[in-house]
Design a protein around this ligand. Structure first.
Ligand code: S3P
Length: 173
């Protein structure tokens, strides 16, 4: 077994939904860093971005990750931009094995196109996804010890694939 499990990946990769299933399969508690940021700020994520900007959101996101170091028995679902920061990548490695939930960008677009995610409120969200994905892909790769392509899988299948892959890899934590 592992002490915790951290899920990274692009918006729409299924981190929260797969995290919920992993929580029930392992008995570990699900922690969602976006939810902790909202709790800390007292306003929604779109409001944080609108009133204080992305930089402020990133600062709280790092504080939230920092607060999880030393805890055990958690499934940590992160926000899609968490891997941008080297400090966050280091904190995530301290928390536990990091799993990258990946999917094709067209599939990611289908899953998020009706959402209110601040970074996708652009003239061409499909292109924004492509550009952000290209910039972040190497950072997810660098953060994670395991990559699961969920494009053609249900959340349940993805959760099972995560556990199987970790078993195969041994416990890197
Ligand atoms: C972000 C992804 C969001 C949330 C915020 C920024 C990003 O989380 O943290 O809107 O930079 O990709 P999800 O990946 O859960 O959508």
């Amino acid at each position: 077994m592992f002490r915790n499990l951290v899920l990274v990946g692009f918006m729409g990769s299924g981190k929260s939904s797969v995290g919920r299933i992993l929580s029930s399969l392992t008995g570990f508690a699900l922690v969602d860093t976006d939810a902790l940021v909202v709790q800390e700020a007292g306003i929604s994520i779109p409001e944080i971005f609108r009133r204080h900007g992305e930089e402020h959101f990133r600062q709280i996101e790092t504080e939230v990750l920092q607060s999880l170091v030393g805890r055990i028995g958690l499934i940590v679902a992160t926000g899609g931009g968490v891997a941008i920061s080297a400090k966050n990548r280091d904190l995530m490695r301290q928390i536990g094995p990091v799993v990258w939930l990946d999917a094709e960008t067209e599939q990611l677009h289908q899953r998020v196109k009706n959402s209110k995610r601040p970074l996708l409120q652009t003239a061409d969200p499909r292109q924004t996804i492509e550009d952000l994905y290209r910039a972040r892909e190497p950072l997810y790769r660098e953060s994670a010890t395991v990559r699961i392509d969920s494009t053609r899988m249900t959340h349940r299948q993805t959760a099972e694939a995560v556990l199987a892959a970790l078993k195969e890899n041994g416990d890197p934590s």
